[in-house]
Design a protein around this ligand. Sequence first.
Ligand code: ARG
Length: 467
Amino acid sequence: MSDQASQKQWGGRFTEPTHELMERINASIFFDRRLYAQDIRASQAHAAMLARQGILSLDDTVAIIQGLDKVREEIEAGQMEWRVSLEDIHTHVEVRLKELIGEAAGRLHTARSRNDQVATDLRLWVMQACRDLDRALMEFQRALVDLGQAHASAIMPGYTHLQRAQPVLFAHHLLAYVEMAWRDRERLADCYRRTAVLPLGAAALAGTTHPIDPFAVAQDLGFSGGACGNSLDAVSDRDFAAELLFILALCQVHLSRLAEELVLWSSNEFGFIRLSDAFTTGSSIMPQKKNPDAAELIRGKTGRVLGDLVALLTVLKGLPLAYNKDLQEDKEPVFDAVETVLDCLRVLAPMLAGASVREEAMAQAVKQGFLNATELADYLAAKGVPFRSAHEIAGRAVRLAEQSGRALEELTLEEYKSLSSVIEQDVFPVLEAEHAIDRRRSPGGTAGENVRAALNLARKRLWPESE
Ligand code: ARG
């Protein structure tokens, strides 16, 4: 047997070396080495359990646990030599452990397989990712609330079909994204709950003959949901990863909508905000340009996150039970999506904090486009005109104003009287944007009172220690 083959964990029945190209396609080390800390931590918990169960001697256990600490230190110091021939992180850790402590290293793999091992490592990694993502989402929410509070009375056009529709408070608009982020965070918490179930103990697929205690390992490693109920499912289930990817896909879709608005708002056409130099770039040919690249990239990166979800679902589709090597393809989409969404959230928070809001430009936009036409119709309806006719009259008022290049509030009372005799002087205050906003007091509506309460509530939830 070649030297190389002897280092493999499965070399026993093989006489010929692995083809170089097979080694390359088979190796996951260049991406799964990110699991080193989880792999080592889980191995230590496994060894401790084996010792408590009388399966491993105390001496061997101490040597294994301390040896694994050393392997971790070496990896963190950049001293580990990564080798394609050693396939994956599990083999690297074990081979290095053997070099450090000898024979005893081989006993660590008692009552386990790489199948339940890798499922455990990935679950641990996803659990940490859920925590990191939750934190980043919270920081993002804080940035939105801070910006909303800094411009608590700023009025902007609310849009439907990207046409100016009705005035809303800028803070109300930002709070819509805070809501989305709450839902993303709830979904993450839910995903975490289902991920925190330990597969270790399922061994290759059927369970093990050794008297193990997976519940103790679960507790040791923080798997609050205990141990998996079926060994075949334990080694082949990647629902937790697919769930995470869906959550991230949806979260990134949310971010892409905000990113798109930042692109629009920072354009000359809108001019609602100015992004700081820190998150924009210039053009090599057009000196006047200030491009919202960060926002565009957040919008653009949505493609890869959605792709990650589809990639994983496609890997899982049609897989017979239990473990199949296809499952090795689960990691890169997970790593990529988590990294991408974390980056985007972390960029958005300071980008929002550094943006300057041009309240005046927003207020100006509210004045153009007849955003108060609904107010006029509502005013007529309140005076007893059936809403359908009120809508018609308000429409004619818009036409009259448009033809003479004026706003609705600039028509005279006589002109209004010619449209409907019920219209009086009291129509004018009704046509003011502030009035339109303040009257929208329905739950979740944009009235200042509502928005202030929503901002305060969000502040309480997002900065609990300041209570
Ligand atoms: N690198 C493998 C993976 O990511 C580890 C499990 C290998 N198991 C096996 N039976 N070859 O899935």
